[in-house]
Design a protein around this ligand. Structure first.
Ligand code: ARG
Ligand code: ZN
Length: 875
């Protein structure tokens, strides 16, 4: 079945009140739902009531206290139909279902993970608990009673505020929770089990005392301190930056070890993958700390953008996700370094969203059709969705943007809204027409701007010729012209901005050229010297640029651009261009050669004390193999890309040996560990220097020393990666891998790093290693984190391993995706996206990749999730 945006219509019935009663038992949990059902005004009394289910067993159904006869309803596992509901406008429907949390390996609905009952209902998991109008525009006030044996589940949590609890003589107990805020079913949550609690409190701006709780596996409480701190900072920040206060008496977070995604914003009861809660310096890297901070913030921010204002239907997913990602990006930028954060965001967008937008799975930020909504929790909806919100702010300016957000909260609080509603608030506060801008939501594909420039010294005129194009994407061959806010600067000697007197050919305001037509000739007059032009400053629009610019201008901007993003970009573009040329040399059987200029510039950036260490680290990290492949576009031979990249790294290392060594030594940090951004930045710089130095003679010994003297996981994991990836097979690598395994045996989250590092070892032999590691006692194909670390890393981050020319990687992939799918279709479907760029491979690999996709497509009993991905990928 294909769901289409234009088919949306309001439901005939509403469910203003929902009471749920759970009697928990691993294999037979009884769920009693008491639903107040209301016929919507104007709907005929003959309209049947049709509720969604998914794999349910119905034990009983009653209306207004009277059991229905079998002839009065039709129940299948996936639907409950009451053909002739009462004529009264409102009635009470009582449903009793039985479910088996223990055997729920899809991890949707109510399931058990390490003896803890928990739920995941977004997008359509609630229907695996009881029959319901399981759609986001059905807002209901929930009261939830949970009953379980006290020894099995001493803790009983649900959404909202606790209202009642008690114990029975037989060892059972119960708790009742009430959530006063009407919410859609996807935000329902229940947790029950034996968990340790970290308690905190927060006083809101208006003086409300909120009790905070983070619940973790008993014994791991001390690992939740950073998450608690991040939560308090998030609550404060949302008050300051958006005027948003928390609204319940309690806010709880639960960490579970089997979770399909990162985390979930259930009202008052966020549930997290424990990977994004638990951290200390011994077990977590700086990247883990940053992710925890960002995800805690993201889920907390959903309380307003997602929960208080939710989505009318799943086509509007970006209404909550893109906006909330934008908010968590801003939070991290304020808590850390804005410049570094922006570069990291753009790298992520390019690594994940660009290939999606440029391949067979491309879809608009607001899709118009889907077969399986779980497959639309994508980088396009989340990351590009965030960029679209950022562009609104760029176009309107910070004050008008904030006024628009205020109006959004005021106008739509308590509603299930649409993208049109969102855009309208900004039109209303600004008086602008955003119709052309709205195409960012409706049109898939990454727009490209082709830019060339010329300077006429006699006329003091500088001209930019800009042409936009949007490439065709699946089922959208013709595109309309977009409104692209292009931030720019004219840069003169020493990096000074160059002024102009007048400009014509486009609207230019506050350093932004508004591209709206296919072609713009933008003429600046009164320009006193020939400028270098800095384009898409701050990455003001999620586009690609084809700029005809001299390498000298690029070199100049890489040293002098006052916009830190554009400066980073200039250097990164230089590196990319050189890598593409080197790739062609390798393909042609030549040894790639590099000019010294680039290596010298790398050396200068590394040692530039005026720049933050984290920025320098980002500048020095070469475009990834996947980045290079994306820029090349087609005929990809991953081995040649690998060869080119290694050769450039070696050239940079060799040219800067002494200065890199001195810097590396100077960055050694013997003080106590702190996870703050500045300290993390110094570690990042030192670790990238290690990466370069490890390519030189004695590199393995240096990395081994780094590994053994490490006092935190960031340094330890970085050194282990260098040893395993660059010195695979060396004694030092073997010892370090064995030592790491022995040290962290029993800590599944840390062993995930051990799996991940080994899955990333370059070369065609890694597929056998990955197969062998699947037999490791710590590996479990039922656990999403294990699967992502080992199989996900191999298939989506190991270019030379996965895309080995013999096709073994693809064969392994097809088998394993099908194996994962038997238990968990959602995780399998996500894994399967690793082949989305198969058409850009050279012909031999392309054919083998296609065979693997066909093998999946032809398997029997394929889930809707996986079928949707492989069919679109092959189409
Ligand atoms: N709403 C959650 C978040 O972004 C993610 C839920 C993902 N659900 C899914 N079915 N993939 O915070
Ligand atoms: Zn989210």
């Amino acid at each position: 079945h294909v769901f289409k945006l234009e088919d949306y219509r309001p439901s005939d019935y509403l469910i203003p009140k929902t009471s749920l009663d759970f009697r928990l038992s691993p294999d037979a949990t009884r769920v009693t739902a008491l639903l107040t059902v209301e016929r919507r005004g104007g709907v005929a009394t003959s309209a049947p009531l049709v509720l969604d289910g998914d794999g349910l067993t119905l034990l009983g159904v009653a209306i207004d206290g009277h059991a229905l006869a079998p002839a009065d309803y039709l129940a299948t596992p996936d639907q409950l139909t009451i053909p002739k509901p009462p004529a009264a406008p409102r009635f009470e429907l009582r449903l009793e279902t039985e479910i088996a949390p223990s055997s729920n390996e899809a991890l949707m609905g109510l399931y058990r993970s390490s003896n803890v009952y928990c739920t995941q209902c977004e997008a359509e998991g609630f229907r695996r608990i009881t029959y319901f109008l399981d759609r986001p525009d059905i807002l209901s006030v929930y009261t939830v009673r949970i009953e379980a044996p006290h020894n099995e589940a001493p803790l009983l949590l649900s959404n909202g505020n606790p209202v009642e609890s008690g114990v029975f003589a037989d060892g059972r107990h119960f708790a009742v929770w009430h959530d006063p805020f009407p919410k859609p079913s996807y935000l329902f949550a229940l947790v029950a089990g034996a968990l340790g609690k970290v308690a905190g409190s927060f006083t809101t701006l208006s003086g409300r005392e909120v009790e905070l709780g983070i619940f973790v596996e008993p014994g791991k409480e001390r690992l939740a301190g950073y998450a608690m701190d991040a939560l308090k900072r998030s609550m404060k920040w949302d008050e300051e930056a958006f005027g948003r206060e928390y609204d319940l008496d309690v806010f709880n977070i639960v960490a579970v070890s089997d979770f399909n995604m990162g985390a979930m914003e259930n009202k008052g009861l966020n549930i997290f993958n424990d990977k994004y809660v638990l951290a200390d310096e011994e077990t977590a890297t700086d990247a883990d700390f940053a992710n925890i901070e960002a995800i805690i913030a993201h889920e907390y921010f959903h309380n307003w953008t997602g929960n208080r204002i939710t989505c009318r239907d799943w086509f509007q997913l970006c209404l909550k996700e893109g906006l909330t990602v934008y908010r968590d990006h801003e939070f991290s930028a304020d808590q850390r370094s804005r410049a570094v954060k922006r570069i990291a965001e753009v790298r992520t967008l390019r690594a994940h969203q660009f290939p999606e937008d440029q391949g067979p799975l491309a879809h608009p930020v607001r899709p118009r059709r889907y077969r399986e909504i779980n497959n639309f929790y994508t980088a396009t909806v989340y990351e590009k969705g965030s960029e679209v919100v950022r562009m609104i702010r760029t176009i309107l300016g910070p004050e008008v943007f904030r006024a628009g957000m205020d109006l959004y909260f005021e106008r739509h609080d308590g509603e299930a809204a649409t993208i049109e509603d969102f855009l309208k608030v900004f039109e209303d506060v600004s008086g602008r027409d955003l119709a052309q801008f709205a195409l960012w939501y409706h049109q898939a594909g990454t727009p490209n701007l082709t830019v060339s420039s010329s300077y006429n010294a006699a006329a003091k005129a500088f001209t930019l010729e800009i042409e936009q194009s949007v490439p065709p994407t699946p089922s959208e061959s013709r595109k309309r012209l977009m409104h692209i806010p292009l931030a720019f600067g004219l840069v003169g000697a020493g990096g000074k901005p160059i002024a102009w007197t007048t400009v014509e050919g486009a609207t230019v305001e506050d350093g932004v050229i508004h591209i709206r037509k296919r072609r713009h000739t933008v003429r600046f007059s009164g320009v006193s010297e020939r400028p270098s032009v800095s384009l898409n400053r701050g990455f003001s629009a999620p586009i690609t640029l084809s700029v005809q610019q001299k390498a000298d201008d690029q070199l100049f901007l890489a040293s002098h651009d006052s916009d830190s993003f554009a400066r980073w970009q200039a250097f990164n573009t230089l590196l990319t261009d050189v890598l593409i040329a080197a790739f062609r040399q390798v393909l042609g059987g030549k040894q790639p050669a590099f000019t010294v200029k680039l290596a010298e510039l790398a050396g200068r950036i590394a040692g530039d004390e005026a720049l933050e260490p984290a920025y320098r680290a980002l500048a020095l990290s070469l475009p990834s193999e996947a980045d290079i492949a994306r820029e090349i576009g087609k005929g990809i031979d991953p081995d040649a890309i690998f060869g080119a990249r290694e050769a450039l790294a070696l050239a940079i290392a060799a040219a800067n040996r002494e200065s890199f060594e001195a810097l590396y030594l100077g960055l050694a940090d013997n003080g106590p560990f702190t996870p703050d951004a500045a300290s993390a930045g110094r570690r990042a710089l030192r670790n990238i220097l290690l990466d370069y130095l490890s390519l030189l003679p004695e590199g393995a010994a240096l990395a081994a020393t780094h590994f053994h003297s490490a006092t935190n996981m960031t340094d330890r994991a970085a050194a282990l990666t260098v040893l395993a990836h660059r010195h695979a097979g060396s004694r030092q690598a073997q010892e370090a891998l064995a030592g790491f395994e022995a040290r962290y045996r029993g800590d599944a989250l840390v062993l995930d790093k051990w799996f991940l590092i080994q899955a990333g070892v370059p070369g065609p032999q890694t597929v056998d290693k990955v197969r062998a590691l699947m037999q490791h006692p710590a590996f479990s194909i039922a656990n999403p984190n294990r699967v992502r670390s080992l199989i996900g890393t191999f298939s989506s981050a190991n270019q030379t391993g996965f895309h080995g020319a013999d096709g073994q990687g693809y064969r392994f992939f097809a088998e394993t995706v099908l194996e994962v799918e038997k238990r968990n279709p959602q995780v399998a479907a996500r894994l399967a996206t690793a082949l989305r760029s198969w058409r850009s491979l050279e012909p031999v690999r392309q054919d083998k990749a296609r065979q693997a996709l066909l093998q999946i497509a032809n398997a029997e009993n394929l889930s809707a999730d996986l079928r949707d991905i492989v069919e679109r990928t092959l189409a």
